[in-house]
Design a binder for this molecule. Structure first.
Ligand code: UD1
Ligand code: CA
Length: 453
């Protein structure tokens, strides 16, 4: 039978104390709901139906690319009511898996287990918690079979002692689900239609209810508050750090790295403390990243060294380069091999050829820099005239003296030397020294001014 997945994501998340709908709060740089959808997608379902309500437009806008069907639950009358809204989108012959948009760390292998267990009857995902407060409890009969789920606000004192909790995820056939949903009532402490009541309805019909227990309770942890979100973030980051260590990456401190996306590392990569990796980052063999660096959507080739406090974004860096400390690569930067970009050097939308160096206090924007070029300290490409951006071309083997101001559009021909402190606003000829600054004079007859007494 085909598998259809329903994700509940209509709740406001009052305890987040935020205007942002709960499922949009980021975990490791991506909305909570994105994590759930990724695990769901791994099961290759026929379709995914997302029930949304609170902040509906914002939620949809954040997932325009996602291959899901949106169902609006205008009033949040409970989890059972939410699933009911999705039911018309689910085919009657499907197996259904119900997930929550605010439980982000569930693995797809656990979901697979749950879906399989649901084929027989009803499957509920459970976990044993030290502190079960807040969750629905799994009530079993004398012979240990699941009898019903008691919600925190409805349970008897004995029931609330139970430590096996309902994670919220369930699996069963669409046909059975639709029969039971029609019989839910809201006669309970919260006046809500509880999805969890399908369990006792199943038991009454003699349909088996399977509890699928997870070994690691962290998989089923939901996010209801900023405190829980922060805890999950640390857990998630710890998991990523372990994965990197297992793959042979050296981490100065596994508790001080944040990966908000995908980080691919070659062999013998070393990462110092407090680095943040965002989007897709790849580090080639032998790459070293110093402390306090931020790398977003970058590919760094083998044996390059990124020194402390560097910030790299949407850039490609060749092999054996040396960046920083305090280097900034902005989007559209391409560095060939053996390039040095030193402290307080900013590069934007530019290519820099093999072996070229800009070691100190420089801005290179919208430029094409050849190979073997030396850019002196304080050099600036003046790429913007207040209306448009212009390009600067510096051909191979040029030497740009310190504090040069290069007014684009401009071509510095091969082997040019530019005198320090020059303002260059015309193309320069190849192989010549070009100086554009006032001549130095000394005045022998000059006397220092004297104070009048
Ligand atoms: C629910 C379960 C509880 C379980 C817990 C696990 C019920 C009645 N209780 O309780 O047994 O231990 O989850 O986290 O199901 N939602 C909607 N529409 C609604 C209500 C909720 O879409 O009308 C969504 C929420 O956005 C959320 C999920 O369903 O993603 C769970 O809702 P929530 O109110 O957090 O349920 P709990 O009270 O935590
Ligand atoms: Ca919840």
């Amino acid at each position: 039978m085909p598998l259809d997945i329903i994700v509940l994501a209509a709740g406001q998340g009052k305890r987040m104390r935020s205007r942002l709908p709960k499922v949009l709060h980021p975990l490791a740089g991506r909305p909570l709901l994105a994590h759930v959808l990724q695990s769901a997608q791994a099961l290759k379902p026929r379709k995914i139906v997302v029930v949304h309500g609170h902040g509906a437009e914002r939620v949809r806008a954040a997932f325009t690319e996602a291959n899901v069907e949106w169902v609006l639950q205008e009033e949040q009358l409970g989890t059972g009511h939410a699933v009911q809204q999705a039911l018309p989108h689910v085919s009657p012959d499907a197996d259904v898996l119900i997930l929550y948009g605010d439980v982000p760390l569930v693995s797809s292998s656990t979901l697979q287990r749950l879906a399989r267990a649901g084929v027989e009857g009803v499957a509920v995902l459970t976990a044993e918690l030290g502190d079960p407060a807040g969750y629905g409890r799994i009530v079993r009969d004398r012979s240990g079979r699941v009898a019903r789920i008691a919600e925190q606000k409805d349970g008897s004192p004995q029931e609330l002692m139970i430590r096996e909790i309902n994670a919220g995820f369930m699996a069963m056939s669409a046909r059975r689900l639709s029969g039971w949903l029609g019989r839910l009532t809201n006669r309970n402490a919260q006046k809500e239609y509880y999805l969890t009541d399908v369990v006792s309805l199943a038991v009454a019909e003699g349909i088996p209810v399977n509890a699928v227990k997870v070994d690691d309770a962290r998989e089923v942890a939901g996010v209801n508050s900023k405190r829980e979100l922060a805890e999950l973030e640390r857990r998630y980051q710890a998991m990523q750090a372990q994965r990197l260590l297992d793959a042979g990456v050296t981490l100065a401190d596994p508790a001080r790295i944040d990966v908000r996306g995908e980080l691919a590392c070659g062999q013998d990569v070393a990462i110092d403390v407090n680095c943040v990796f965002e989007g897709r980052v790849s580090l080639g063999d032998g790459v070293r990243v110093g402390p306090n660096c931020v790398l977003r959507n970058c590919a760094i080739a083998a044996d390059t060294e990124v020194l402390a406090f560097s910030h790299l974004e949407d850039s490609e860096v060749g092999a054996r380069c040396r960046l920083g400390p305090y280097a900034r690569l902005r989007p559209g930067t391409f560095l060939a091999e053996d390039v040095h970009v030193g402290n307080f050097v900013e590069v934007k939308a530019s290519r820099i050829g093999k072996g070229s160096k800009a070691n100190h206090l420089t801005y290179i924007g919208d430029a094409e820099v050849g190979s073997g070029v030396n850019v002196g300290a304080g050099t600036i490409t003046c790429n913007y005239d207040g209306a448009a951006k212009h390009r600067t071309i510096i051909e191979d083997d040029c030497f740009i003296g310190s504090d040069a101001t290069l007014v684009a559009p401009l071509r510095i021909a091969r082997g040019s030397y530019i005198g320090a402190g020059s303002t260059i606003n015309k193309d320069t000829p190849a192989g010549q020294l070009t100086v554009a600054r006032a001549r130095q004079v000394s005045i022998p007859s000059w006397k220092p001014p004297k104070k009048k007494v």
